[in-house]
Design a binder for this molecule. Structure first.
Ligand code: SAH
Length: 237
């Protein structure tokens, strides 16, 4: 009876269960593969960036439905039509800012909180602004639960920066802009760096690095990218 009926049905249930998620060890080994293949493999060499991305568990920043793909090198949906950036782009933007231990960094577009966690893990004092209330709340809660006491998240329009917390050594904008918001330049320290995707807010942008040198702006274009649009004052949405 057991073998004829119950055992086959148990096996049947087993086969058709929703696919089981990788366990901690499997996630870790996928993360190591990602670091070797997509981060070091594509030329990122900043030790602080590599160490931080080896440590931060990207799978804790994405919804369960896409968790299986956490360590693939592409953006993933995080709700409200928004995405967590591709790991290589997170690494590149973090490296290009040439960050030093303990610097104060402002991020615009908290999203899932993953980029903020990477910056915090690199030893930075992080401030991050998110314009979607639900995301600001969930990312703030997630970062707190993960013990990132060196990150403060604010709900608001990042176009205006965070004057009371400035000036900043570096600013990172993780949403597409059609111009560089003047308040962000104003809140940069002398020698400060700002990285931002500039172009069309709905198609493609050029990842642009701006350095404040003796009050002037040194501008360098890095590569073509595609980010979700910056809304609020930027686009009037
Ligand atoms: N850095 C995020 C991904 C960014 S996606 C991560 O690591 O997960 C871009 C984010 O920018 C979205 O969450 C979007 O809501 C937010 N955003 C768009 N316009 C903004 C604005 N004006 N100010 C602050 N955040 C903005």
């Amino acid at each position: 009876m057991f073998l004829n009926y119950i055992l086959p049905s148990l096996l049947f249930i087993g086969v058709f269960q929703t696919p089981t998620l990788p366990n901690q060890d499997q996630f870790q080994s996928q993360r190591m593969t990602m670091i070797e293949r997509d981060i070091k493999g594509r030329g990122i060499s900043d030790k602080r960036v590599l160490a931080a991305m080896t440590k931060v568990q990207r799978h804790l920043f994405v919804p369960p439905s896409v968790r299986n793909a956490s360590y693939e090198d592409f953006p993933l949906p995080i709700g409200e039509g928004q995405t967590i950036s591709q790991p290589y782009i997170v690494a590149l933007m973090s490296e290009e800012l040439k960050l030093k231990e303990g610097e104060k960094v402002l991020e615009i577009g908290t999203g899932s909180g993953y980029q903020a966690a990477v910056l915090a893990e690199m030893g930075m004092d992080v401030r991050s602004i998110e314009i979607r209330k639900g995301l600001a709340e969930s990312a703030g809660k997630r970062l707190k639960e993960l013990g990132y006491n060196n990150v403060k998240v604010k709900y608001g329009d990042g176009y205006f920066g965070w004057e009371e917390e400035g000036p900043f050594d570096a600013v990172m904008v993780t949403a597409a802009a059609n111009h560089i918001p003047p308040p962000l330049i104003k809140q940069l320290k002398e020698g400060g760096r700002l990285i931002i995707p500039v172009g069309s807010t709905t198609y493609y942008q050029t990842l642009t690095l701006v350095t404040k040198v003796k009050g002037n702006l040194d501008v360098r274009q890095i590569m073509g990218v595609s980010f979700v649009p910056m809304i609020g004052k930027m686009t009037g949405e």
